[in-house]
Design a binder for this molecule. Sequence first.
Ligand SMILES: Nc1nc2c(ncn2[C@@H]2O[C@H](COP(=O)(O)OP(=O)(O)OP(=O)(O)O)[C@@H](O)[C@H]2O)c(=O)[nH]1
Ligand SMILES: [Mg+2]
Length: 295
Amino acid sequence: MSGDFHSGFVAVFGRPNVGKSTLVNALVGRKVSIVSDHPQTTRRRITGVVDLEGCQVVLLDLPGFQKPFDSLTRRMQSAVDDALSEVDAALVLLNATETFGAGDRYVVQAVAGAALPALVALNKIDLVDGPRLGARLEEARRLAGGRDVLPVSARRGDGLGDVLARLADAMPPGPVYFPNGEKSDQPLELLIAELVREQALRRTRDEVPHAVAVEVTGITERVDRPLVEIEASLIVETESQKAIVVGKGGHVVKAIGSGARQEIEAILGVQVFLDLRVKVRKRWRRDERFIERLV
Ligand SMILES: Nc1nc2c(ncn2[C@@H]2O[C@H](COP(=O)(O)OP(=O)(O)OP(=O)(O)O)[C@@H](O)[C@H]2O)c(=O)[nH]1
Ligand SMILES: [Mg+2]
């Protein structure tokens, strides 16, 4: 490598729930993107910056590849499609614990079709025992058209050094896109909205997680004492979802608020007062303008 600085954008592609956001956070060394065990957690592209010796890798965490079925999923998939034509390299993530299917084949082919330098990694190897892992890696290699497949555990941190070294090698000469140690370009109010949504995803199930959106309507720094006051709304699609998110005596929304407050305080380093309301907006997932504003 010459003495020039190298840098570039790397999109992280894969089916929903394979661990893309967990991997991005682990590589960046900070939570930039929320994680849950529900598929379709990530709804838009989230930047995560990794600074290496002489090189900057800008990761783009993305929604999982999926067939769109409403305005929300259409917008999510277009974030994925746009990334295919905009990045310098691709990191394709597969899940070691699940049989590969049409979705995985589609991802691999889409990346191959975009003629991008691509690295393929097999995630969640902490859940697969030794003898089975060899077979899964072989299947993954076949799926990837004979390419090398790196075994990783985003949760445990296994194999991440190899991933970064390969990505760094794939970066063309380029500028420092994010100076001053910035790890993401996500505006504070969107980060806060995502942290609230993450807590809501943890405490709900079935169709409710997919129906939750969060809007931060105010962030006020108090001048008389070190306190930040935040106003946010949890938005769901029906009254019955609202009843679930509020919970008996408000215990669910209280738990969501307190979990999110602690996460926000850790990031801001200051005490936070979070005023969290629950609202209904019928069929927001089909409302282009609402989605444009919030997702
Ligand atoms: N055991 C184990 N679990 C993991 C690993 N990586 C991710 N997970 C879990 O897998 C689930 C999905 O992780 P995410 O990072 O949200 O997955 P994603 O691919 O970003 O999902 P979408 O945003 O929905 O497309 C979460 O419960 C994670 O904790 C891993 O290496 N090992
Ligand atoms: Mg994600």
